[in-house]
Ligand binder design. Structure first.
Ligand SMILES: O=P(O)(O)OC[C@H]1O[C@H](O)[C@H](O)[C@@H](O)[C@@H]1O
Length: 610
C-alpha cells in the first residue's frame, strides 16, 4: 500500500463523513485532512507528526459544534479515589459523565481519568500478550459522534502512548469495526491491532461517554474491566506533572490516523456480493433508507448500500451530531422506530434500516411499515440462519416471548435457548454451548444486538442488516421475489401478543428498608419472595428452565421480573392476549411487592388501574 493510497482513503473518509455538508464545507474538510498527512513513514501509513492537541484544534475549526474543548493534559488533577473509578463500571463497559451542564450529573469521566484507564488497559494487554511480544504493541481507537469524543480520544492516546504503545486513531467509527480491527490481517493498514478501544456510551444522553475494549478474543468481560479500573486508580494516584508531560510527548510520536471504516465497509460489501454469486450490484432496483440517528452509522448508506446498487434517497440523520437532535439513536426507542417507519412510507422505500449510536444494534422496517424489531427481528434472523444451519440453537436474552419460542421450535425446527439479558451474556453462552458440543449459530437480544458464529461472534448491527441484504439479493437473483416481501414472508406464523409492556421499578438505594445492604441484595429478596408467592398460586406456573429473575406463565400470557443489569431498577415485562389478562398478571406481581417499600411500584400501580 502506498502513502498515496492512505491519503486517498483519509480524504475519502472525511468527505464521506460530511457528504451532507455543503460543497464548501467539504472542501475545507478535505483540505484539513490533506494538511494532516505529513510526514509519511515508509510510504505506508501517515504518521500525523502533529500533537493530538493540535489535531483537535483543526477539527474544532472545521466541525462546528461537533467537538468539545480539550483541556490541557496537565490540567489540575483532582483527587479521585478507587471507589469513584469502580463506579464507572457498567457491566462489561465503562460509562461516565463526560460533559458538564446537566444538573446533578457532575463530570466523572475527565481527561486524566480517561488517560489513567487507557494506561491501565495498556498494562493489562501487555500482561496478556507477554509471552509473544516481539514488537511494540499497537491499539486502535475509534469513537462515535458524541461531543466529548475528541477530548477523550486525545486523553486515551496519551495514556496508551505513555505506556509505550503505538496508537492508531480511526476517528468516527462503529463499535463492531473496532473489534474487527483486531481480526483483520493486513499489515498495510497495521492490522491486526493488539487491542482496540471504542469511545462510546451507546444510546445514552449526550453528556455521557465511555469505553468498550477488545482483543481478538472479543470484548473484555466484567472481571477484566474491574481489574483495569482498580489499576487505573493506582496509576491516577501516581500521576505527576512530569509523567503527564512525558505521555504527551510520546503521543506526539506514537499517534497515527487511519481510515479503517473504508476497509470494514468494503468487507460488508464483499459479503453481500459473495452471497449473491459475485454479482457487482446485487441490490440494483431496491430503494433502502437508513436512519443513523446522527450517530456513527451514516457510512452504511454511502459505503455499503450504494456500491451494492441500492438507491438510498430519503435516508436521514446520517451526519454525526453528538447532541442527537432528532431522536434517541436506539432501535428500542419508540420514537426512533416511528421516525424510520415514516421515512420508509414517505419515500415508498422497499426497506428501512436503523442503527444505534455505535452501530452494534439495529432494526429494520418493511415496505408496508411493519417493524422488524425485538421478537420479530430475532424471528427473521433466526429464519435466515436456520435455513443455513437446520436445527441449530438460537440463544436469546430473557425477555423474548413465548410466541418466539414456538416459532423457532415448531415452525423453523431449531432450539430456542432463552438465557439472560445482556449482549455479552448471550454471546458468551452461545460460545459455551458450542464448546460443549451443542451447535449454536446465533446469539441475539431483543435490544437489537446480535452476533453470528460465521462472523466471529462480532456483536454487529451492520452485519445483522447484511444478513437481510443477502436474503434480498439472493431472492432477486433467483427470481423468487424482489422487495421486502421476501423478508416479511419469513416471519409469517410468528404469534404476537395483544399486549406487551416493560415497566421499570426503581429501588431507592437510600431507603431505610435496605438496612444498609445493596440494592442488588434487596432486589434478590424481592425475587425470592415473588417466587415463593407464585408457588402457592395455582393459576401461575413458574418457567421450568429460567436463567434470570422470576418468569411465570398464566392467564394466557407471562411475566418476567428481574434486576436490571446496571441500574437500581427492577424490570417487569408482561405479555398477554389482552389488557384484562395483562392486568391480572400485573396484580399478581403487585400483591407480592407490598412488603418492599423501597421499591417504587407507581408505574405498576398505574398499569393495573388502567
Ligand atoms: O438490564 P437492563 O437495564 O434492561 O439493560 C440491559 C441492556 O444493557 C445494555 O444496554 C446492554 O448493551 C444490553 O445488551 C442489555 O440488554
Amino acid at each position: 500500500m502506498s502513502g498515496k493510497f492512505v491519503q486517498h482513503v483519509l480524504v475519502a473518509h472525511c468527505c464521506q463523513q460530511d457528504r451532507h455538508l455543503s460543497t464548501q464545507n467539504r472542501k475545507d474538510c478535505c483540505t484539513l485532512y490533506r494538511n494532516e498527512l505529513l510526514p509519511l513513514i515508509s510510504g505506508k501509513v501517515a504518521w500525523t507528526g502533529i500533537p493530538a492537541m493540535q489535531l483537535h484544534t483543526h477539527s474544532k475549526l472545521n466541525r462546528g459544534n461537533v467537538y468539545c474543548n480539550a483541556a490541557s493534559p496537565t490540567a489540575v488533577i483532582t483527587s479521585v479515589d478507587k471507589s469513584a473509578f469502580l463506579k464507572l463500571q457498567n457491566g462489561s463497559d465503562i460509562r461516565g459523565v463526560a460533559v458538564d451542564g446537566v444538573e446533578g450529573e457532575p463530570i466523572s469521566l475527565t481527561e486524566p481519568v480517561a488517560q489513567a484507564i487507557a494506561a491501565s488497559f495498556a498494562s493489562w494487554l501487555l500482561e496478556k500478550k507477554k509471552s509473544n511480544v516481539s514488537k511494540r504493541l499497537r491499539v486502535s481507537i475509534g469513537h462515535d459522534s458524541r461531543i466529548s469524543a475528541q477530548k477523550l480520544q486525545d486523553a486515551v492516546s496519551r495514556g496508551l502512548a505513555g505506556a509505550g504503545f503505538d496508537v492508531i486513531q480511526y476517528g468516527l467509527a462503529s463499535t463492531p469495526a473496532m473489534f474487527n480491527s483486531t481480526l483483520t490481517k493486513n499489515e498495510d493498514v497495521e492490522c491486526p491491532v493488539d487491542g482496540s478501544i471504542m469511545i462510546t456510551a451507546s444510546h445514552l444522553p449526550y453528556n455521557r461517554n465511555g469505553f468498550k475494549f477488545f482483543t481478538n478474543a472479543g470484548g473484555l468481560g466484567k472481571a477484566d474491566i474491574k481489574i483495569i479500573l482498580e489499576h487505573a486508580a493506582e496509576i491516577y494516584k501516581n500521576f505527576t506533572d512530569e509523567s503527564l508531560r512525558d505521555a504527551e510527548r510520546k503521543a506526539t510520536q506514537a499517534v497515527k490516523r487511519l481510515d479503517y471504516m473504508t476497509i470494514y465497509s468494503s468487507n460488508l460489501v464483499a459479503a453481500v456480493r459473495d452471497s449473491a454469486g459475485n454479482v457487482e450490484k446485487p441490490l440494483e432496483g431496491l430503494h433502502i433508507v437508513v436512519d443513523a440517528g446522527n450517530g456513527a452509522g451514516g457510512f452504511f448508506a454511502g459505503n455499503v448500500l450504494e456500491p451494492l446498487g441500492a438507491v438510498t434517497f430519503g435516508s436521514q440523520f446520517l451526519e454525526p451530531n453528538g447532541l442527537f437532535p432528532n431522536h434517541i439513536p436506539n432501535p428500542e426507542d419508540k420514537e426512533a422506530m416511528k421516525a424510520i417507519t415514516r421515512a420508509v412510507l414517505d419515500n415508498k422505500a422497499d426497506l428501512g434500516i436503523i442503527f444505534d449510536t455505535d452501530v452494534d444494534r439495529s432494526a429494520a422496517v418493511d415496505s408496508s411499515g411493519h417493524e422488524f424489531n425485538r421478537n420479530r427481528l430475532i424471528a427473521l434472523i433466526s429464519a435466515i440462519v436456520l435455513e443455513q444451519h437446520p436445527g441449530t440453537t438460537i440463544v436469546t436474552d430473557s425477555v423474548t416471548s413465548d410466541g418466539l419460542t414456538a416459532f423457532i421450535e415448531k415452525k423453523l425446527g431449531g432450539r430456542h435457548h432463552r438465557f439472560k439479558r445482556g449482549y455479552k451474556n448471550v454471546i458468551d453462552e452461545a460460545i459455551r454451548l458450542n464448546s460443549v458440543g451443542e451447535e449454536a449459530h446465533l446469539a441475539i437480544e431483543t435490544s437489537g444486538h446480535g452476533a453470528l458464529k460465521e462472523n466471529n461472534w462480532l456483536d454487529d448491527g451492520a452485519y445483522l442488516m447484511v444478513k437481510l441484504l443477502n436474503k434480498l439479493a439472493s431472492a432477486k437473483a433467483s427470481g423468487v421475489g424482489s422487495g421486502s416481501k421476501v423478508l416479511t414472508d419469513l416471519v409469517d406464523g410468528l404469534e404476537e401478543p395483544g399486549i406487551a409492556v416493560e415497566l421499570r421499578l426503581k429501588i431507592d438505594q437510600n431507603h431505610e428498608d435496605l438496612k444498609g445492604g445493596s440494592f442488588h441484595d434487596y432486589g434478590e429478596a424481592v425475587l425470592q419472595h415473588l417466587s415463593n408467592v407464585t408457588d402457592s398460586d395455582p393459576k401461575l406456573q413458574k418457567a421450568p428452565d429460567n436463567h434470570e429473575g422470576v418468569r411465570v406463565s398464566g392467564y394466557g400470557g407471562w411475566f418476567l421480573l428481574r434486576l436490571s443489569l446496571h441500574d437500581p431498577v427492577m424490570a417487569l415485562n408482561i405479555e398477554a392476549p389482552n389488557n384484562e389478562d395483562a392486568v391480572k398478571l400485573g396484580l399478581a406481581v403487585l400483591s407480592a411487592l407490598t412488603g418492599f417499600p423501597a421499591l417504587d411500584t407507581s408505574t405498576l400501580n398505574k398499569f393495573v388501574q388502567v
